[in-house]
Ligand binder design. Structure first.
Ligand code: ZN
Ligand code: ZN
Length: 127
């Protein structure tokens, strides 16, 4: 049976669930992730993503190349990202049971302070 993981933003206005394992679990070093969080982000790309509540509580920011970053308007939490093809990306750090990133992406954009795990593959875009 597939694992179901629910997560909320910090204030609880937004809630979503992902079912099954991510098709990609990564450290994203792109500029927008670093600006949003101050660091690289742990992101999971999920085929099976469902908003349970609070989609009307989100600020939708049109990010690079047709992607949207959705954050809670009440607490500022990053809630999810929508890629140009409609696939949803969840913050791995909010999910239980834990999922470990298996690669680094947008390494060409990484900050000099970013911690890298040398055993993980590195890509300059989505693999
Ligand atoms: Zn919130
Ligand atoms: Zn990123």
């Amino acid at each position: 049976m597939s694992t179901v993981r629910k997560y909320q933003c910090m204030c609880g206005s937004f809630e979503a669930q992902v079912t099954g394992e991510p098709v990609l679990a990564c450290w994203c070093h792109c500029k927008t992730c670093r600006k949003q969080t101050g660091a690289a982000m742990q992101l999971g790309v999920f085929q099976n993503f469902e908003v349970l509540k609070g989609d009307d509580q989100l600020i939708k920011y049109a990010s690079t190349s047709g992607a949207f970053r959705n954050s809670c308007q009440n607490c500022g939490s990053f809630c999810y990202k929508v890629l140009p093809d409609g696939v949803k990306v969840a913050p791995l750090g909010a999910l239980e049971p834990k999922i470990k990133p298996t690669c680094h992406i947008f390494v060409k954009d990484k900050g000099s302070q970013d911690v890298m795990f040398p055993e993980l593959p590195q890509h300059d875009a989505f693999p």
